[in-house]
Write a protein that binds this ligand. Sequence first.
Ligand code: GTP
Ligand code: MG
Ligand code: NA
Length: 357
Amino acid sequence: PNQDEDNLRSPICCIMGHVDTGKTKLLDCIRGTNVQEGEAGGITQQIGATYFPAENIRERTKELKADAKLKVPGLLVIDTPGHESFTNLRSRGSGLCDIAILVVDIMHGLEPQTIESLNLLKMRNTEFIVALNKVDRLYGWKVCKNAPIVKAMKQQSKDVQFEFNTRLTQIVTQFKEQGINTELYYKNKEMGKDTFSIVPTSAISGEGIPDMLLLLVQWTQKTMIERLTYSNEVQCTVLEVKVVEGHGTTIDVVLVNGVLHEGDQIVVCGMQAWKSPFYVHYLSLGPIVTSIRALLTPHPMKELRVKGTYLHHKKIKAAQGIKITAQGFEHAIAGTSLYVVGPDDDVEDIKEAAMED
Ligand code: GTP
Ligand code: MG
Ligand code: NA
């Protein structure tokens, strides 16, 4: 076996699409959680991150009897908001990922933020699969809980199959109008060669979820070995700056590559507010140099953005969603990079780099 294959980081997958197409619900279905119902107005307003260990993916996909073995340690999935006002978060999320899931509601077809997401993915040449979600809403759909989609489809009446095919054809045409060729994944022999795969799913009854997971993992393993080869160079983005009881101001980050240790000296970009005697507020940018007090993650298959119990780590390898506690994060800025000051690094150089974001 290729030596590189033993040294792979987890791929990062971003889930994108129009508001209420079921992005968070799909993740809830895989996690066995109920994050979506806890959201204000049922609307996602932050970037989320969830780590799925390889053994959970193996378990969830075993009915597909995939012979290809899983070489990656797991999969880090980034949830993004679909509401039109969060273009910046969609852009940030799509900038972090190796592969994406573009979620389309089978009852609605392509919608404005589907197209916006598609354009972000095109711009970065990011590979993606289309989850054609809410198939359970086809009139007369017979639930086959968590079944692979081909198996579930065989259980459906002629009428359901007809409605499915009609809607699928319309949606394939809509993609074509955007300059994108798509095809049902199990008919797509050309996969990746200009034709993107569609996986029909239901986030409520779980049909197609095994297919979606397997496709993501196999696809990244097959085509991105070089990109996924673990590197010692830290690549890390700040998602959120949050006050957490008992921890002070923390930052939630996505570690894309490399490793972080407790005690590492780090630099992030900050914003300082000064109050003058004339009550005028001045804002100035400045680097925050501090050291990692604690590296915390949620439990596997739990969402980073949801309050819960955390696991403490001495060190963490990419890819992961991590909550970092340290002094001085009060004015850290979301969306910027985190830098580690290595033994051979000059802290002044790193400070300069941090301010260039
Ligand atoms: P934003 O993050 O706000 O953009 O929305 P989202 O894409 O994450 O969608 P969300 O998971 O919030 O789901 C929106 C609504 O659709 C909720 O009421 C879900 O219960 C429902 N829903 C999601 N997926 C499915 C599905 O597969 N079938 C059915 N019937 N309903 C679904
Ligand atoms: Mg959501
Ligand atoms: Na929603």
